[in-house]
Design a protein. Sequence first.
Length: 240
Amino acid sequence: MDKKPYSESFNTETTQTAKRGGNGFADFDAQALTQGTLVSKVALLTSVSFMFLAAGSFFGIKTEPNMFLWIASIAITFGGLFFLPRVNSPVSSMVGLAVWNAVFGVIVGFGLQGYIETIGANTVAVCLAGTAGAMAVVGSIGAFSGVDFRPMQRFLMFALFGLILVGLSQFFIHFSAGVNIVYAVGGLVVFTGFFLVDFCRLAKSTDNSWPEATSIALNIVLDYVNFAFYLMRLVRELKK
């Protein structure tokens, strides 16, 4: 499907709907949501995502981790990554992302517990805010610079697999502080690249569908969470 340029964030149909006025939900035009641009769809889905991610994370921080919660949360998280991008309905996309992010947030909350204990809640909050700032700046470059960063994705995926393998090796090999710092910096570089790729995809994609919007929203959430954890890891090692 053809999509209007990135600067045209609201299409004519949506504008006309807004001008009609009406009596709230009684006169709601259901097609207005479906006819929105890819940017407006992703903005809606990411807003829902981060709201429920925060709620799930709060629950995870306050909950004692146990095997059942770990297994259930991981199963739902990976299942959602496979099924959610195939949903072609605005309501189903929002509800699915809300549930997925709430569950994923529990896993994030479990991870945050350790960092709160080692670097403190205030430092964790600063890292999360810093990640939001980095996402805004780097995302703007990806969206507005005019450079097509999407070809980078292939190389970033290889780098991501490398990070995963190195991370798994920690279960068998003790990392020195220097190795941990290099590993954390490498993760920050990789997910900075993913910010560029995903926001560039948002700006340049010609697929104005809900599956595409859902896929981009999922990627942005994952970029944010991973960047934040690598940043907290770096801060922890530098504070030792």
